[in-house]
Design a protein around this ligand. Structure first.
Ligand code: TEU
Ligand code: CA
Length: 553
């Protein structure tokens, strides 16, 4: 019984690749497209039907590829356009579609448009947001910047350009100038980029910070946490742009969009991805990964499973369709976050998190290395940090006199580098990632946690991911059933997926101690065990440490 209206991107699981850390083919220490092609069989075996590729465009790497210098080419370090075509074809032969990262809020300052834009008389001037210095203070000192906005990387949002005597706006790094979406020519350029890739056989886009494109005013901001956000988060002009891109380009292809939406609540999110609005197909939000965070991702507080269930329930029930993810290239590793880390319960908790992700309603996105339970980076100090965001947060916290030990404690848990270490393929030289020196350190646990040791083992973390992906693929209840929370009791959360007269129940124990779900079980509709991470075949009164049980059938 197939639910009517199931779209290909709702049926399939997506696998995210962060190319520089995935597989190196030529020993330069940087993953590349030929490396990805050599691993397609593994991705097929996992059961993923879509690959999301983080940026592979030419980039000076101020933000690891999220600063694009040419939208219509491939960075030579990753390969060539011919390699990309081969990747699309080879993936296609295996029934796998490719979506690309679309970073259009900003370009690199080394993009040709921006280089030309530095000239006041250039037709490209208005592609970016230039403003003269304001008020007093030495010219170009920063004190005379056009407004008071704070950027995402906690930097100034304005950088002075000597040549033209004006400031340009950048919500992220100064090498990532924001495009001016009040200029219709910019929107036309974007349409051209979309067509360029769709015509090559790309099946859609993951759209970077897609809800901050349109700046409705450049007045001083008053609203926290980032002053100025009231003028650029989810402005009506932004919605209009999304509808225009959809109408003029995207709807002419069989493709999907998943937008990364920052600083949204459910109500705002719905405006971006309710089907009737014809904007995006789904969005990534962050709240479910911040239930143990006080300020943004960086300052921790206690993890409470009940809170996780509340947040998940709100989004699961609030949106028609979710983009479900527990990791990406900006987040720490989930087993080190909500699981048991690399200790005694590493395996059980990694599997529990697989059970969670694959039983939620929505398209699952699995990040490279998640499927083998990779853990946070074991870096020893700031010297090993690469990520610009982490380094900026360190400077920021230092300014507020946060002691070095505490800064390191917080930042090492949440640094984006945690997810960016090379994929641990084997126990061999450089973990099978590269014959040369990898661009970022390899986690010392690679001899124990690696792909080769799990490949043929049904009982491994990898084996369990495969099993859960297949279970979801074969179950309309898991794919399309309504999400119903049953509640939380101590470390245990429980929910159901309900379709017609079928109800499946999921019980998850987020604790290194055994727990009794008690009344939660009473709410369960019975059913037999269809999946468990302990080998359990019948439900009992006690759940083992980090046990996950799915009842259904
Ligand atoms: O991330 C958007 C973003 O807002 C990030 O700053 C995110 O909030 C933060 O990393 C979480 O701590 C996207 C990309 O995913 C990220 O890699 C880029 O650095 C950023 O946009 C700029 O393009
Ligand atoms: Ca390489």
């Amino acid at each position: 019984m197939r639910q009517a209206g199931g779209k290909w991107w709702q049926e399939r699981a997506v696998y995210q690749i962060y190319p520089r850390s995935f597989q190196d083919s030529n020993g330069d220490g940087i993953g590349d497209i030929p490396g990805i092609i050599s691993r397609l069989d593994d991705i097929e075996a996992l059961g993923a039907g879509v690959i999301w590729l983080s940026p592979v465009y030419p980039s000076p790497d101020a933000d690891n590829g999220y600063d694009i210098a040419d939208y219509r080419d491939i960075d030579p370090r990753y390969g060539t356009l011919a390699d990309m075509d081969r990747l699309i074809a080879e993936a296609g032969r295996r029934g796998i579609r490719i979506i690309m990262d679309l970073v259009i809020n900003h370009t690199s300052d080394e993009h040709e448009w921006f280089r030309k834009s530095r000239d006041k008389d250039s037709p490209y001037r208005d592609y970016y947001i230039w403003r003269p210095p304001r008020g007093r203070g030495p010219r170009g000192s920063g004190r005379d910047r056009p407004n008071n906005w704070t950027g995402f990387f906690l930097e100034n949002t304005w950088t002075f350009d000597e040549k033209s005597g004006e400031y340009y706006l950048h919500l992220f790094h100064k090498k990532q100038p924001d495009l001016n979406y009040r200029n219709p020519r910019v929107i036309e350029e974007v349409k051209g980029i979309l067509r360029f890739w769709l015509d090559r056989g790309i099946a859609g886009f993951r759209c970077d910070v897609i809800n901050v494109l349109y700046k409705s005013s450049l007045a001083d901001g008053r609203q926290g946490p980032l002053p100025g956000m009231e003028f650029y988060v989810c402005q009506e002009g932004n919605h209009e742009i999304l509808r225009e891109l959809r109408r003029d380009v995207l709807d002419k292809y069989d493709c999907v969009t998943v937008g990364e939406a920052v600083m949204v609540d459910v109500e705002r999110a719905k405006l971006l991805c309710d089907e009737s609005r014809k904007e995006l197909d789904m969005i990534f939000y962050f709240e479910h990964l911040q239930v143990d965070r006080l300020v943004e991702r960086y300052i921790p507080k206690k993890f409470r499973p009940a809170r996780l269930l509340d947040v998940l329930s709100k989004w699961q029930r609030g949106l028609e369709w979710n983009a479900v993810y527990l990791e990406n290239h900006d987040q720490c590793r989930i087993v080190s976050h909500y699981g048991g880390g690399e200790g005694e319960y590493w395996e059980a908790s990694a599997k529990l998190l697989a059970a969670l992700e694959l039983t939620l309603r929505g398209t699952p996105f699995i990040y490279q290395g998640q499927e083998i339970g990779m853990t946070n980076f074991d870096f020893r100090g700031f010297g090993e940090v690469n990520d610009v965001e982490t380094l900026n947060w360190n400077r920021f916290l230092k300014r507020f006199h946060v002691p070095a030990r505490l800064r390191w404690k917080w930042l090492k848990e949440s640094s984006r580098d945690n997810a960016r270490t090379p994929v641990q393929w084997s126990a061999g030289v450089n973990t099978g990632f590269s014959a040369g020196k990898p661009w970022l350190g390899i986690n010392g646990n690679y001899t124990r946690i690696n792909y080769e040791s799990q490949r043929g083992d049904d009982n491994s973390v990898l084996g369990f991911y495969k099993k859960m992906i297949a279970l979801r693929a074969g179950s309309d209840v898991l794919k399309y059933g309504e999400f119903r929370p049953l509640g939380a009791k101590g470390s245990v959360i429980a929910y159901q997926r309900v379709l017609g007269d079928k109800a499946w129940t999921v019980l998850l124990n987020f604790s290194p101690r055994a727990a009794r779900p008690g009344p939660l079980l009473a709410g369960a509709a019975g059913g037999s065990v269809v999946a468990s991470n302990t080998g359990r075949t019948a439900m009992a009164e006690t759940l083992l440490p980090y046990e996950a049980v799915v009842l259904g059938g």
